[in-house]
Design a protein around this ligand. Sequence first.
Ligand SMILES: C[S@@+](CC[C@H](N)C(=O)[O-])C[C@H]1O[C@@H](n2cnc3c(N)ncnc32)[C@H](O)[C@@H]1O
Length: 207
Amino acid sequence: MRIRNVKNAKEILENSKVIVKDVNNCKDNLHILFGNDNPIHLEIGMGKGDFLLAMSKMYPDINFIGIERYDSIVCRACVKLEGVSNVKILVMDARNILDVIGKEIDTLYLNFSDPWPKKRQIKRRLTSSNFLSLYDSIFTGKPHIIMKTDNKDLFAYSLTSLSEYGYTLKNVSLDLEHSDIVSPRTEYQMKFKDKEYINYLEAVKEK
Ligand SMILES: C[S@@+](CC[C@H](N)C(=O)[O-])C[C@H]1O[C@@H](n2cnc3c(N)ncnc32)[C@H](O)[C@@H]1O
């Protein structure tokens, strides 16, 4: 466990009702976590949870799942999200997504994903073909990805990677903060919105 600098971290994680304790029993049964059949949206790399908290309030008839691999970060998120009925957190590496999630997701959000700038790290980018091929197996209908980032290189890479993989791009913005697109700010966005342009895209693939 990687818990740092969080007071009572162990108790927070153990007592949290937002964190799914047994991720290995979720596949094809995610709706049971919420007790309804509402559509499920997923954020990979949810960080400290501000985006999911805002989205859960804006869209009470959508269920949201956040994936985050570090429990030190999850700890901060679950304090904010405790008691929110339409959000659950899976503490895991997204590389193992197919062990946990079946064809159950309507929309996938990738917000300020780690850029992994070196050539040898390309496979770790959440918009690499490695990950895109995993995502093929999680969508209920047409694959639908929404991404935002301040990292120009990751954005350029993702535009190409998604297009080459068969996605159609729409609502592409090179300056989200001054566009009409509605997307609640994440923690990273708050940090970088005055220093960098925020890039945004939506991508849909015919099955
Ligand atoms: C740069 S932070 C952005 C956090 C948040 N989305 C935001 O915009 O403020 C990227 C987050 O993605 C998580 N992450 C990166 N790769 C991941 C993976 N393969 N599986 C799960 N989480 C991952 C990291 O731990 C980190 O919390």
